[in-house]
Design a protein around this ligand. Structure first.
Ligand code: GLP
Length: 321
C-alpha cells in the first residue's frame, strides 16, 4: 500500500522540537498538507512541497535534519507501510513472534521496546514458547518499556513493571539489569523522564519497538493533542484512556491520571516498529491512523512517516482499511 505525503511545509530551520500538522491531507486525489516544525512556535518559513519525487525528498530531508536524527527514507512515490492481516489474534501473535525472533537472531543483543495492554499478551506467550523451544535465545536482549503509571510502585499488581515481569520477563529468565521501565514513584518525574531518555540513547536506541494502540490513537501514553510529543515525558491521561484502563482497577478513583511515557520522537527513532491491533473496537482508529491525516490528534498517524513500520492486524481490526 502506498501513501502520498505532500503539500506545503512550514519549516523552522534550526528546530528539533515539534511537528505540528495543519490543514487537510489524504484525500483522493491527494490534497495538500502542511507540516509545521517549530521550536516553541518560533517563526517558520515556508517550503512548498509538490507531489513530485523531488519534493517528497524535501520532506524527507527536512524531517531528517530538523526533527528526527535517525535518517529516514521515504519511497519516491510516497510512503510504504507494510500491513499483515491474519484471521485471529493468535495468528497475529505468531507473525509478531516470528519477526521478533528474526530480529534477535540477527542481533542477539537487540534492544527491544516493549508494550503493555491486552493486545501483546499472546505475543508474549509466543515468545515464551519460542524461547522454551530453543528457537530463539532471549538471554542477551535488553528491554525498554514504553510507559509506566505515575505513583504505582514496581510491585503494585497494576503497574507496568508487574505486568511485564508476570507476562514475559520472569518467564524467559530475564536479568533485572537488562530490563528498563520508567520509575513511576520517582520523586522528580521530569528528571526521571530525562534519565530514561538518556538511558535509551546510551543503549544505542531501540532496534525494534512493539506498540499497541489506544482507542483514541494513542501510542505509549501519548494522548491526542495539539503537538506530537518529543522525548520521554509526563503525560496526563484522557478520560477515554482512564475509562479503558478502569477494567484493571477496582474503582475509577484508583486509575492513575498521570503516566511517564516515551515521547513520539523517542518511539519514532526506533529502527523498526511493530504495531499490533486486534478486535473490532480498533478498526476505526486503525483506518484513521493509516488513511487519515498525519496529525497529533491521532498520535499513531505519525507512523505513516516511519520507514520501517509494520502493522499486524487481525481481520476485525483491519475491517475498515
Ligand atoms: C495502554 C498502554 C498502551 C496500549 C493501550 C491499549 O494505554 N499505555 O501502550 O497500547 O493501553 O491497550 P489494549 O491493548 O489493552 O487495548
Amino acid at each position: 500500500m502506498r501513501f502520498l505525503v505532500g503539500g506545503d511545509a512550514l519549516i523552522a530551520p534550526h528546530s528539533r522540537d515539534v511537528i505540528r500538522y495543519r490543514g487537510p491531507m489524504r484525500a483522493s486525489p491527494p490534497t495538500f498538507s502542511v507540516f509545521y516544525i517549530a521550536n516553541n512556535f518560533a517563526p517558520a518559513y515556508e517550503i512548498p512541497i509538490l507531489h513530485s519525487a523531488n519534493k517528497l525528498c524535501t520532506i524527507k530531508e527536512a524531517l531528517k535534519r530538523l526533527f528526527f536524527e535517525t535518517p529516514i527514507t521515504i519511497d519516491k512515490e510516497g510512503i510504504c507501510m507494510q500491513i499483515f492481516v491474519r484471521d485471529n489474534p493468535q495468528q497475529v501473535a505468531e507473525v509478531a513472534g516470528a519477526l521478533i525472533r528474526a530480529q534477535v537472531l540477527r542481533k542477539p543483543q537487540s534492544v527491544l521496546g516493549l508494550a503493555t495492554g491486552s493486545t501483546p499478551i499472546p505475543l508474549y506467550d509466543e515468545l515464551v514458547r519460542l524461547h522454551g523451544a530453543g528457537q530463539v535465545d532471549m538471554s542477551r536482549i535488553t528491554t525498554y518499556n514504553l510507559d509506566e503509571y505515575a505513583g504505582l510502585a514496581a510491585d503494585h499488581p497494576q503497574s507496568y513493571h508487574f505486568f511485564m515481569w508476570e507476562k514475559l520477563l520472569s518467564r524467559i529468565g530475564m536479568n533485572p539489569s537488562q530490563v528498563h521501565l520508567p520509575n513511576g514513584t520517582a520523586k522528580d518525574l521530569d528528571a526521571e523522564c530525562q534519565r530514561y531518555e538518556a538511558q535509551i540513547e546510551a543503549a544505542g536506541g531501540i532496534d525494534l519497538q512493539v506498540l499497541g494502540i489506544g482507542h483514541n490513537g494513542h501510542i505509549g501514553f501519548n494522548e491526542p493533542g495539539d503537538v506530537f510529543s518529543n522525548r520521554t515525558c509526563v503525560a496526563q491521561l484522557t478520560e477515554s484512556t482512564i475509562q479503558a484502563n478502569l477494567r484493571f482497577f477496582d474503582s475509577e478513583d484508583q486509575v492513575p491520571r498521570t503516566a511517564l511515557t516515551m515521547g513520539i520522537r523517542t518511539i519514532f527513532q526506533s529502527r523498526e516498529i511493530l504495531l499490533i491491533a486486534c478486535g473490532a473496537a480498533k478498526a476505526n482508529i486503525i483506518a484513521q491512523m493509516v488513511h487519515g491525516a498525519i496529525t497529533p490528534q491521532v498520535p499513531a498517524s505519525v507512523l505513516q512517516l516511519h520507514p520501517n513500520t509494520r502493522l499486524l492486524l487481525d481481520k476485525e481490526a483491519a475491517a475498515e482499511l
